[in-house]
Design a protein. Structure first.
Length: 349
């Protein structure tokens, strides 16, 4: 009798796992298709509207000369950049939140994005840099800030709560540097810096896209490889160590990948707020019980940025809003809701 019960339990567990994997695949595929549909809409809609069938034909090598120019040269670089920026931010946020077991752990909350912003503002204002070199400065600022947060939070290991607090402190200090430098800049420099700090895809073209594509092509596989340690690390350091995981090495590798992903996305589009913060929770609600949900988080981030950029371009007639302003409108209420829920549960301050 006990053998039959055990067999039935194993069968039920296997069925639950199959349903979970099926839902994971279905949700991931649906999010990818939704992101592609949003991409096609962004390519077709504008001052010169192109029907979606003509957009698809152009992407496949057809279309007339005017349509190819509008789609392939004017709109496609920006739309692909939005897609890839959202993917990198979503994946980065999923790693941060899962690894540190804290819903507040995302690059824009713990100071990584502020590090990029401070580096750009200082290098642009004091060093006179502009264009592509500023992208490398932004990446360096993100990585340096991530390293500083990790080192200051390390006390024979790193806890998610301490890392978030250290990151908030460093981010606040870096924001003060940004504000100080902005007050010393002339009007033109301050306006340019403000547009970048808001997170903007305005004026982006193919030269902005290729460096991000190369960085993502390197970092996404590395992150996927390092994420094999996430299931063990989610159980806690002691349990993960007992299962044979090299806790600090695996954690450092994951944090480095997540920080670099946020850094290259910030270098390409500026610190687009709240994408890394809200994409993973949305994805985890769509695929409950599936751990970090890295692929759904990346697809959710891509969809969010493409839709937000499209809304920023066309929501207000005669004006183009930076994509970061639109994503902040979405993310700020979520942050307030999260804090309110934590306080009701007795977890807040």
């Amino acid at each position: 009798m006990s053998g039959a019960v055990a067999t039935g339990a194993v069968a039920r567990v296997a069925a639950v796992r199959r349903r979970g994997r099926a839902r994971y695949a279905m949700v991931s595929g649906g999010l990818v298709l939704a992101a592609f549909a949003a991409l096609c809409l962004a390519l077709g809609f504008g001052d010169y509207t192109i029907p979606v069938p003509d957009v698809l034909a152009t992407l496949l090598g057809g279309g007339d000369g005017g349509t190819r120019f509008v789609v392939l040269e004017l709109r496609l670089p920006r739309a692909l950049l939005a897609l890839l920026v959202g993917c990198c931010f979503g994946l980065s946020g999923a790693v941060f939140q899962t690894l540190l077991r804290n819903p507040l752990a995302s690059p824009d909350v713990i100071g990584v994005s502020s590090g990029a912003g401070a580096a750009v503002v200082v290098a642009g204002g004091l060093g006179g840099l502009s264009g592509t070199p500023l992208s490398f400065v932004a990446l360096a600022g993100s990585l340096a800030t991530g390293a500083a947060v990790y080192l200051l939070a390390w006390r024979k290991g790193v806890s998610g709560y301490r890392l978030v607090l250290v990151g908030l402190g460093i981010g606040t200090g870096l924001s003060s540097i940004i504000s100080y430098q902005m007050t010393r800049s002339d009007v033109t420099e301050a306006q340019t810096a403000f547009l970048w700090l808001a997170g903007s895809l305005n004026g982006r073209s193919w030269p902005h896209f290729w460096p991000l594509l190369v960085g993502a092509a390197l970092l996404v596989p590395l992150t996927t490889l390092a994420a094999r340690a996430l299931p063990a690390l989610q159980l806690g350091d002691d349990t993960a160590g007992g299962l044979g995981s090299r806790v600090e090495r695996d954690r450092l590798a994951l944090l480095a990948c997540a920080t670099a992903l946020a850094g290259i996305a910030t270098a390409a589009a500026g610190p687009v707020g709240f994408v890394a913060f809200v994409s993973p929770p949305i994805a985890r609600r769509l695929v409950p019980g599936q751990g970090a949900a890295l692929l759904p988080s990346a697809a959710t981030g891509a969809l969010l940025v493409v839709v937000a950029d499209f809304a920023g371009q066309h929501l207000v007639p005669g004006a183009q809003l930076p994509v970061g302003i639109v994503t902040s409108v979405i993310g700020a209420p979520y942050l307030l809701w999260l804090l309110a829920r934590s306080n009701r549960a007795g977890q807040g301050g």
